[in-house]
Design a binder for this molecule. Structure first.
Ligand SMILES: Nc1ncnc2c1ncn2[C@@H]1O[C@H](COP(=O)(O)OP(=O)(O)OP(=O)(O)O)[C@@H](O)[C@H]1O
Length: 238
């Protein structure tokens, strides 16, 4: 079953056709990576799914329901959550306090502490829970942000370059977190440039180019596609 579908989705910014007639299907339960050259329209596609941009034309379906014109908070309420590239954490508050703010409206007080403890452990942040979020390493800040996105128990998690700026060890640990979330039933759509990470997590890959779907398949199929190498991977691995 498809958890997300876009049909003939188009977005124009003035004369720029940034999303070009995109028919995209995300199956419930998969980890899907979106790759493509800079300016290919990946972030715009995310913002359309989230409702931060409205499409010029076309339809977005979430679990079969038309959400094309739903407000962002309504989409979040339906189970879509996002982690953007720039961490949106409260730097002057402790790690635990950040998670408390993210979760407090969604759990009864009696369960809140237990839920935060569980999340801290998952994020490898138990030891750091009393530190100010601003003092965390770059990778830990990204994990805290992932925690704030998954605390709401989304059905669909969107990740925008989740490993940007991470060390290889942090990147690998992030991949393990994403896989564990997926085992727990979360469908994941990630924009990512790091091909080692894509190989670690992706069950399917979509290549965007000039706002259009250029290729789709498993990571092995994508890497073996000479047309993809010509527009993207050649440059990424030069
Ligand atoms: N709000 C906007 N107004 C006008 N043009 C925009 C707007 N947002 C994005 N664009 C343009 O749309 C095109 C696609 O941008 P987008 O950020 O979606 O690409 P991307 O694939 O995410 O790129 P990157 O990998 O560099 O993040 C670019 O040419 C960009 O300049």
């Amino acid at each position: 079953m498809a958890i997300l579908e876009t049909r003939e989705l188009n977005k124009w910014f003035g004369g720029l056709h940034v999303t070009g007639n995109v028919d995209f299907t995300l199956e419930q339960g998969e980890i899907h990576c979106l790759i493509g050259p800079n300016g290919a329209g990946k972030s715009t596609f995310f913002r359309l799914i989230l409702g931060e941009h409205l499409p010029t034309s076309g339809t977005i379906l979430y679990a079969g329901e038309d959400i094309t014109h739903a407000k962002p908070f309504q989409r979040i309420g339906k189970g879509i959550s996002v982690k953007f590239q720039v961490p949106g954490i409260f730097k002057a508050l402790s790690v635990r306090h950040n998670l408390t703010i993210a979760l407090q409206d969604h759990y009864p007080v009696s369960r809140l502490d237990e839920e935060i403890d569980r999340l801290l452990e998952f994020l490898k942040l138990t030891e750091a829970q009393r530190q100010l979020a601003g003092n965390l390493s770059h990778g830990q800040k990204q994990w805290l942000e992932i925690g704030m996105a998954i605390g709401l128990k989304p059905r669909l998690l969107l990740l925008d370059e989740p490993t940007a700026g991470m060390t290889p060890d942090e990147t690998f640990a992030t991949g393990e977190m994403v896989q564990e979330l997926n085992r727990q039933g979360v469908t994941v759509l990630a924009v990512e440039h790091d091909m080692a990470f894509v190989r670690q997590i992706a069950q399917r890959v979509t290549v965007l180019h000039f706002g259009k779907i250029f290729a789709q398949g498993t990571i092995d199929e994508i890497v073996a596609d000479e047309r993809v190498t010509a527009i993207y991977l050649g440059e990424a691995h030069a």
